[in-house]
Design a binder for this molecule. Structure first.
Ligand code: MG
Length: 235
């Protein structure tokens, strides 16, 4: 398995509230985009990643989808209870998009508006669906795809990890073929690059490191208005 990752504060934000996880020995990769005042977002995304990894490491095999959902729900409980303990952490939360690559398939869990994509040959497809207000408006035909990107409330999430006692977790299972590439990223990338542009940058790259670098570079060149995190995996 090969992979490459990057997380970058961008040109506007003072802090990087994104977190990236690459635990290749257990096939686990994730991105998280924290939110909350002061350093709370950073705490939330870091905590979610740490809890997720520990839970998966301790789990004794079995059904990976079930394990992954349990792991995310466990992380939700821990972030939620921590947010009640200290005033500066009140209301903190995070997105969490994670994938476990095992036995020729990708098991993806998802909460929030970070994303997982599958790149297969000359096609890119989004495996997750954003839990955001603009996605819901788009679903019911209220706004167009172009308007999603420019909408003043595009950062409003309808689901996040750690903001409530319980969380619903989306699960997607994808059978993998030779040559498939998995991409995980936060909205600092997808807010500035269309899917076809992400694919074009990837296809113009020499290798995974080069592709990750060029994706981050492109988002930076377009303003870097948010933290940018990218993970590319060749299972
Ligand atoms: Mg973000």
């Amino acid at each position: 398995m090969k992979w490459s990752q990057a997380t970058e504060v961008g040109r506007v934000r003072q802090q990087n509230e994104d977190s990236v996880l690459a635990a290749a020995d257990i096939g686990l990769f994730a991105v998280a985009d924290g939110m909350g005042g002061h350093r709370a977002g950073e705490v939330a995304s870091n905590m979610a990643m740490h809890d997720l990894e520990q839970y998966i490491r301790k789990s004794g095999g079995g059904d990976m989808g079930r394990t992954l959902i349990e792991a995310v729900k466990n992380a939700n409980s821990n972030v939620f209870s921590s947010s009640g303990g200290e005033p500066s952490l009140k209301g903190m939360g995070t997105t969490l998009t994670a994938v476990v690559l095992k036995d020729g398939k990708a098991t993806v869990s998802h909460v929030g508006d970070s994303r997982a994509y599958l790149i297969r040959g000359s096609k890119i497809s989004q495996l997750t669906r954003d839990h955001s207000l603009v996605q819901e408006l788009f679903n019911v035909g209220g706004i167009t795809r172009a308007e999603v990107r420019e909408h003043p409330q595009r950062n409003v999430l309808t689901r996040a990890l750690g903001t409530e006692l319980a969380v619903d977790v989306d699960l997607v299972t994808q059978e993998l073929k030779p040559g498939d590439i998995l991409l995980l990223c936060t909205d600092g990338l997808t807010g500035l690059l269309e899917d076809h542009e992400i694919l074009a940058v990837y296809r113009q790259s020499d290798n995974l490191d080069d592709a990750v670098h060029k994706l981050v570079r492109t988002a930076m060149d377009r303003g870097g208005n948010d933290n940018i995190s990218v993970v590319l995996i060749a299972p």
